[in-house]
Write a protein that binds this ligand. Structure first.
Ligand code: ZN
Length: 437
């Protein structure tokens, strides 16, 4: 008996060693705010304004059938990235290993920003796991639509906080800065969407408070789960190496979901009113049990209603490769939070000249496979890539910055449907959706 018990525990330990499970600290991070009388008052006041805005957006939604943010504009989100465990000497390096490491970490941050932009605008290539007409998981979730936020995360480049040591035009990426003296908020970085890269303990991959005001709060993420690719090896604790199965940058997609006031999809089962119980979003099935690893799309059932659980949602606990969508209901709730804090976003942190979604347009859209890309500002060479919903590339070309600021693109042999247009310049990728009819 004793031997069998030991064997049993041995198996459990082996399993937990080989299959690491996602854990996040949203509730602890939120409770920490509530424990601080000054911050609690500011937080609760912001939360009350959010609740009012959420009801307003929901009632508009009921009247109009869809939700759009003001004038269909893209909201630009100024981001600052803080590598707290890197050596502060990286900031001033002009040559050698330290310069290479700094450049690597800046590029790694941009890769993470590109992942956030794809995930929050529903232009992630693996969305075909949901939409594919034969095998897509959407077949198990009738009536559930994809959330698309119309936002553009950008690393801030100008009017940096005093004392940051950053020069005008440099990206807002800090090295060895003791953000918030170890706390989750740093008043110097008020008005930013802060990303704090730290070494976390206790198996937590990352954490964010739930829908905070923009007075210096950040989303915190462990060194091993930030961004994607081969990472950047520094000396000891300065290394940032994306580690499977959380190596596709989705931990930050999940944590920013909390920052934008989304709770876990498994947050409760009370069932009385889906707009105020559980995750307070009506198109995510109610359940109170998280899902780990990578289950088949139709393999997990709700603990309360028995219906299929939306395990592929960014706000569950599955592996990076197995989460690929927000719902329209979640996008509505996030939009209400963004509306609430919009006036708190630091002005002028983003250059008007930076290459952003605002600066190019595609017309006509919808089209018949022929369209024009027109740029307002163009500072470097760029490339254009068009791919379909399955990720198949149907067009690609590189252009010289001296080319016309208006570029005609003709797609050959395309069928009707949704296509994505990637415009790449430097490390930046901006994706737009077009419809070919
Ligand atoms: Zn979480």
């Amino acid at each position: 008996m004793k031997t069998r018990l030991l064997l049993f525990f041995g198996l459990i330990m082996a399993q937990s060693l080989f299959a690491q499970q996602r854990t996040c600290g949203v509730h602890e991070a939120t409770q920490a705010i509530l424990n601080d009388p000054t911050q609690s008052a500011i937080y609760l006041e912001n939360k009350a304004r959010f609740e009012e805005e959420y009801q307003r957006v929901l009632s508009n939604l009921n009247r109009n059938g869809n939700v759009t943010n003001a004038a269909n504009a893209i909201t630009r989100i100024p981001v600052a990235v803080h590598y707290t465990t890197s050596s502060a000497s990286l900031a001033t390096a002009t040559s050698g290993t330290n310069l290479s490491l700094r450049n690597c970490l800046i590029a790694l941050a941009q890769t993470q920003i590109n992942i956030l932009n794809a995930d929050y605008n529903a232009t992630n290539a693996d969305l075909n796991l949901w939409t594919n007409s034969q095998t897509g998981s959407s077949q198990f979730f009738p009536g559930v639509g994809i959330g698309d936020m119309d936002i553009q995360f950008e690393i801030a480049t100008q009017n940096h906080p005093l004392g940051s040591g950053l020069a005008e035009g440099q990206p807002a990426v800090t090295f060895g800065y003791n953000f918030g003296a170890g706390q989750n908020r740093d008043a110097n970085w008020t008005g930013y969407f802060n990303i704090v890269v730290r070494s976390l303990s206790g198996g937590i991959l990352g954490f964010s408070p739930l829908g905070p005001p923009l007075n210096g709060f950040g989303v915190t993420i462990d060194n091993n789960y930030f961004s994607s690719g081969t990472g950047c090896s520094g000396t000891g604790s300065g290394s940032v190496i994306p580690t499977a199965p959380f190596n596709r940058g989705r931990t930050l997609t999940h944590e920013f979901g909390h920052f934008f006031n989304l709770d876990h999809t498994f947050d409760g089962c009370d069932g009385a009113n889906c707009a105020s119980s559980g995750d307070s979003v009506c198109d995510t099935p109610q359940t109170d049990t998280e899902t780990y690893e990578c289950p088949a799309a139709d393999a997990t059932f709700s603990t309360c209603t028995g219906e299929q659980v939306l395990t592929m949602n960014y706000m569950d606990y599955v592996d990076d490769a197995c989460m690929y969508m927000f719902t329209t209901g979640q996008a509505t709730r996030m939009t209400a939070w963004l509306n609430t804090v919009r006036s708190q976003i630091r002005p002028n942190a983003l250059s008007d000249n930076s290459f952003v979604k605002n600066n190019f347009k595609i017309y006509p859209n919808p089209n018949k496979g022929t369209f024009t890309i027109e740029f307002k500002e163009l500072l470097t060479d760029y490339s254009v890539e068009v791919f379909d919903i399955t990720g198949r590339v149907v067009f690609e070309n590189n252009y010289n910055e001296n080319a016309d600021l208006s570029q005609n693109v003709v797609l050959q042999n395309t069928t009707r449907g949704v296509y994505f247009v990637n415009v790449k310049t430097g490390n930046t990728i901006v994706t737009n959706k077009i419809i070919v009819e």
